[in-house]
Design a protein around this ligand. Structure first.
Ligand code: GRF
Length: 197
């Protein structure tokens, strides 16, 4: 059974979808803890499933490095096989990424390498593209630059705003995330091999 820790910042709708999926006794992974950098609404989903949560408040640390060290200590408590960034709106310090690589994955609401960064949906709209997408990647020390594990196109409709487009992308993100976690758990997807240049 693959053990997974999930890190969030917001509503945690992707977390919820993963929790629903792993609740199936046939699913070969379990979520052991949910962490956040702030009092995230998504903690409620973890509580619904009786999953422990931990908070490492960004504001309580004087540098990214110190915050990351505290986050790393929490992850060391749970020792998950995999860390899923599911809407965590903070960059991890390189020291934490390097300590866990290649066992941290991230979901992103764009078809990487198009539109990396915190505003992937907004940037796609601003660029006037007719299609964007969703991606799941291995986290490396860059901003959304790691190896792509799965991705799928999503159309941009003429009257889309950021909200409507993000709402159309999120179900795709969820499906890709659940599939990637499943494939990692079964050994069908080897993160080390995916991360070898
Ligand atoms: C997702 O689109 C994620 O990729 C992005 O923020 C969204 C998270 O939403 N960075 P939620 O917290 O899972 O509802």
């Amino acid at each position: 059974m693959l053990t997974v820790a999930v890190l969030i910042s917001g509503a945690g709708s992707n977390l919820r979808a993963l929790l629903d999926a792993v609740a199936d006794p046939g699913f070969p992974a379990s979520v052991v803890a949910v962490g956040a950098d702030r009092e995230a609404d998504g903690f409620a989903h973890a509580e619904d499933f009786g999953i422990p949560t931990f908070l490492v408040p960004w504001e309580s640390y004087s540098s990214r490095e110190e915050w990351g060290a505290a986050l790393g200590e929490q992850l060391d408590v749970w020792k998950p096989d995999l860390v899923v960034l599911s809407g965590l709106m903070r960059l991890l310090p390189a020291s934490l990424v390097e300590a866990w690589a290649p066992r941290i994955i991230n979901t992103h609401p764009a078809y990487l390498p198009e539109f990396p960064g915190a505003h992937g949906v907004r940037d796609a709209l601003a660029a006037g593209v007719t299609q964007t997408g969703a991606s799941v990647i291995v986290v490396d020390t860059g901003v959304d630059t790691g190896p792509i594990l799965a991705q799928e196109r999503v159309p941009v409709l003429p009257d889309d705003d950021e909200h409507s487009l993000h709402d159309r992308i999120k179900p795709v993100e969820r499906r890709l995330l659940i599939d990637v976690v499943h494939r990692i758990a079964t050994g069908d997807l080897d993160l080390a091999a995916e991360s070898t240049p």
